[in-house]
Design a protein around this ligand. Structure first.
Ligand SMILES: [Zn+2]
Length: 175
């Protein structure tokens, strides 16, 4: 595929003549004009897609013409033409599409990350809720076990290893 650049794109859209006329050059029907690059009394510049002055030898395309007339670099001249003629540069446009796509990808990734965090928070809340419920059950168990045990002699109480473990953990569960 042919590589697009600002120069080839601008030259595809406008001729030297269109550009020259836009920036004030009077071109006669025969395609001749007074050369703006030397003190021309009689039209000695032939201008169409390119321009050529038979008197001073100035020549080039649309971009050269503007660069010469305004003392710009060729790149600046091409930019100026693109702006003034409202030429939508395809290589700029492609760059835009690329950066827009990247932007979109970034936003999607951020949304995914946000969703992931929300999910984790939700799961953590559920887990907390369940754990608290479970701990409450434990406390109830301890409370009811205590009631039962109050009527029993101590040696019998501490036969139950599980129960003594529960009692040990009671302050932690309560917290
Ligand atoms: Zn000339």
């Amino acid at each position: 595929m042919r590589k697009l650049n600002i120069f080839s794109e601008v030259k595809e859209h406008v001729t030297a003549r269109e550009v020259a006329e836009f920036y004030g050059l009077k071109v006669r029907h025969n395609g001749l004009a007074c050369c703006p690059f030397h003190n021309d009394k009689h039209p000695s510049m032939k201008i169409d897609r390119f321009y050529y002055c038979f008197a001073c030898g100035a020549k080039g395309d649309a971009i050269h013409y503007v660069a010469e007339q305004y003392g710009l670099s060729e790149y600046e001249a091409a930019k100026k033409i693109a702006d003034d003629f409202h030429i939508i540069l395809e290589h700029d446009w492609k760059k835009d599409v690329k950066s827009r796509t990247q932007e979109l990808e970034k936003r999607k990734a951020a949304e995914r990350e946000e969703k992931r965090i929300i999910d984790i928070q939700k799961k953590f809340k559920e887990w907390c809720h369940k754990t608290i419920e479970r701990l409450k059950d434990c406390l109830q168990m301890i409370a009811s076990a205590k009631k039962i045990c109050r009527c029993k002699p101590p040696d019998e109480i501490f036969l139950s290893e599980d129960f003594s473990l529960l009692l040990q953990k009671e302050p932690i569960i309560g917290y």
